[in-house]
Write a protein that binds this ligand. Sequence first.
Ligand code: SAH
Length: 501
Amino acid sequence: MKKDDVLQLTIEDIGSDGEGIGHIDLSAGSYDEPQRRYTIFVKDAVIGDVVTVKIMKALQSFAYAKLVSIDKPSPDRVEPKCPIAAQCGGCQIQALDYNKQLEFKQKKVMNDLVRIGGFDESLISEITDPIIGMEDPYCYRNKEQVPVGTDKDGNPVTGFYASHTHSIVPMTSCAIGDPENDLILNTILDYMKAENVPSYDEKTGAGLLRHILIRSGVYSREVMICLVVNGDSLPSEEKLVELLRVLPFVTSISINTNKSRGNVILGRKLRVLWGEESIVDTLHIYKVEYEETAHFIPTGEAVNFRISPLSFYQVNPKQTEKLYSIVLEYCRLNGHETAWDLYCGIGTISLFLAKHAKEVYGVESVEDAVRDARNNARLNNIENVEFETGRAEDVLPAYVDRHKSEHRKHPVDVIVVDPPRKGLDDVTIGVMLAMAPPRIVYVSCDPATMSRDLKKLTAAQKDAAGNEFSYKLQRVQPVDQFGHTVHVETVVLMSRVENQP
Ligand code: SAH
């Protein structure tokens, strides 16, 4: 195989960036050389397509190829709702039927558990429930961060970065975002033209307006607009406020200062131009009942969250409610337990747990998020929760040390972890195993690192008295939080089982 070779193949799988994957058998050069399965990655091709491709870069066992033609479109190919889906890096698999997307994600979780986690395939198919898909996989995001640039005629534009580049594809209406954002973005573009506000230019570092962050509460309908500026102010701010505050649901308008040259979107400094600094939203707690699939039964219970522009908050609230309700179900709390919530963010899972446990400890490394978490506990009159600022791998060992010197058994009934994509640190895993709670619930946004960690968490252990135990996987529940992207969220329940000598 070499560059510029043209060949036909069938797409069989989806890669980690949403690209299509096909294989060919390289014929043996001599009779004692076995045939080799050669992998080819093709952007913009979906599972089931028969395509002609041109090899761009060929390596020993795989190649990257460019799509030349779709010779027989996959029966699962659909017309993407978004006209720039192929250029924008956001939704990688919008051209694949939504039910097929779910099938792909279900398989991905199960394959990773078997291949990376080393778990038995029949166990995994027995304990993995069907993925929880979205009722409507469009308009689900509660947050958009839209870059501002300049088109070739010198006019300001908002849009999205074309995948793997820093050039902006103009866009004011995102198919997975809030349809109301279109009006907000166009209003800001009108203001920029009227007041000659220059867009920021990444290459030169000149210009003013860099990004527009819009966040909305699905239930509260409150809308926050935060303008990220390469400076401390914008021209005619009062005019901007006049134009924006009359738009539907707008409750917060602020300026964030980011004068750095890097890729980080938000700076540290925030100034409110009008209204509140933060918005409020609600997450409902459901009772989960399993038949063939999970069913979510309203309980009337809810938690309110105040979200400031700088804090992490889940982007798909309707699916988040389901995700957290499953976490709660897996924790099996009856009001007497001590629970830990590691990587707790603004305390979302912690507060769900606190309503059903005796006490909850949240650990989070970002100080602002911990401040939000404490405020959110107060907002909901929840008193049985404490938050500690620090990295899980530092906070947990210190906690265990303190309790060792008091000669107390670690009174932990359940540990919930929800780490970022890179997964758990080995120190954290070691301390979790030393704490040895009856249940561990792992929430993950990356099935590969999760499977790696689960392998370590389920290895055979010995406690201080020499008794052998290990964690056993009990349930696996994939959840689609990010329709049209390749990402998938998973919740796993493990419980401690004493091994007979
Ligand atoms: N459970 C929360 C947040 C999950 S995102 C929610 O559902 O909203 C992961 C969180 O882990 C982020 O808030 C991030 O700031 C935090 N984090 C990252 N590394 C960490 C570490 N080493 N120790 C503790 N928290 C960490």
